[in-house]
Write a protein that binds this ligand. Structure first.
Ligand code: NAG
Ligand code: CU
Length: 397
């Protein structure tokens, strides 16, 4: 009976809206995260070939033939993964460009990226520029890999909804093509971030794979691991001292089973229509689920991965934040009718500790200091809106 009633209703709608596409069906069926990605890419390509306007000017020479395509880590060939790993190791071996002696823990060019993030943390999180600044920052890292380490590819991302067991994913399985294994298991407590999160199967030093036995020196500043692990304190209260210690991880599946499911990711994109709501819900926990952005960080956890200031010291930070950027890109692009408005939406304050801080303006300049490619520092937010405008020319596949 109920089935018949539905069919009757659909038939009636089809009659009323005859010729107006499959509207009643799309209304009933929620879009999957894969559908959203497909629609976003289709619309981004229309913007590139000029058949859809976003109100912005394309970056110089950026078109369908030249656009960079950022891929999921597991979708890279093994050779492409090796090339990425090589480039990351290379940037970790180049000298720092920061003022000598000012940041004793900054020993390499890679550490420059960590220091700039530490410096800017309060002005680029829970703020209007959160997504713009991090887009800019990841692009600078990708550019440094390409120009300072001859990397031929682009920044890969980690699709949060793709792996139900992260410890055996191509990213963390510890084989020679991975970003290193989990931390070795050491008994420890989880739950240091407000919600009661169970401890994962790691907690110790990463000893396997390409980043096995890697050392980090900056921080910690706001560590979140079990204090019983006795992670060495930084000799300086600002975290910039040299505190050489092992990279730790606690790669765990708590979040991919809760807040990072494909259904939850899709619903986050489809249910938030204003940028303020979209970025707040991305960053703030709900009563029942951890926020998506922190869920990615705490799926890796560890030291310095679980430290909001120092987290770029974790080599997978860039894959996670690539995905944060992709999540926003999908939201900006997947609806043709909203693409133009969403590309330029901007809302929020300028300091994370102060909800009444000055409102961010689209003309506010964003800074990368020594990380910026020549002539590309201090760009205003409105040049960072689209991934094919301002300094950028990339899409996600
Ligand atoms: C890390 O160090 C341990 C102990 O010395 C060693 O057994 C292991 O093979 C090392 N791992 C890598 C990837 O070099
Ligand atoms: Cu950040």
């Amino acid at each position: 009976m109920a089935g018949n009633a539905v069919i009757t209703a659909v038939t009636a709608s089809l009659c009323l809206f005859s010729g107006a596409s499959a509207w009643p069906f799309s209304k009933r069926q929620a879009l999957s995260i894969d559908d959203i990605q497909k629609q976003a890419l289709m619309n981004a390509n229309k913007v590139l070939d000029g058949t859809l306007a976003d109100g912005l000017t394309r970056s110089t020479g950026c078109n369908k033939n030249t656009v960079a395509v950022r891929k999921e880590y597991g979708d890279l060939t093994k050779d492409e993964r090796l090339e990425y790993i090589r480039a990351v190791k290379c940037i970790r071996s180049k000298p720092s460009k920061l003022a000598a002696g000012k940041y004793p823990g900054a020993k390499t060019r890679y550490d420059d990226f960590v220091v700039v993030h530490m410096n800017m943390t309060p002005s680029v999180h829970s703020t209007a520029n959160f997504m713009h600044w991090h887009r800019y920052y990841i692009w600078a890292y990708e550019t440094a890999l390409r120009t300072e380490c001859e990397y031929k590819g682009y920044q890969p991302y980690w699709n949060w909804g793709k792996y139900s067991d992260l410890t055996i994913s191509p990213i963390f399985n510890g084989d020679e093509w991975s970003m290193g294994g989990n931390g070795d298991y050491v008994p420890h407590k989880g739950g240091m971030i407000g919600r009661n999160i169970p401890a994962g199967p790691g907690g110790g030093c990463v000893t396997k794979g390409p980043f096995g036995n890697l050392t980090v020196s900056l921080g910690p500043l706001m560590g979140t691991m079990d204090p019983a692990l006795n992670i060495k304190k930084n000799p300086r209260s600002d975290g910039y001292g040299d505190n050489t210690r092992c990279l730790r991880r606690d790669v765990n599946n708590y979040f991919v089973g809760t807040s990072l499911t494909p259904a939850n990711l899709a619903s986050h994109i489809t249910s938030n229509t204003a940028i303020g709501k979209f970025q707040d819900t991305l960053q703030n926990d709900s009563p029942t689920l951890s926020a998506i952005h922190s869920s990615g960080h705490f799926s890796i956890w560890g030291d310095p991965g679980g430290d909001v200031y120092v987290s770029p010291g974790e080599p997978v930070f860039w894959l996670h934040h690539g995905q944060v950027d992709r999540h926003w890109w999908m939201w900006q692009n997947y609806l043709e009718k909203d693409l133009k408005a969403r590309t330029s939406m901007y809302e929020g304050g300028t300091n994370w500790m102060n909800p009444n801080s000055a409102k961010g303006k689209v003309t506010d300049k964003q800074w990368l200091d020594v990380l910026a490619p020549a002539g590309k520092d201090g760009l205003p937010s409105n040049q960072l809106f689209s991934t094919t405008s301002g300094p950028f020319c990339y899409v996600y596949a």
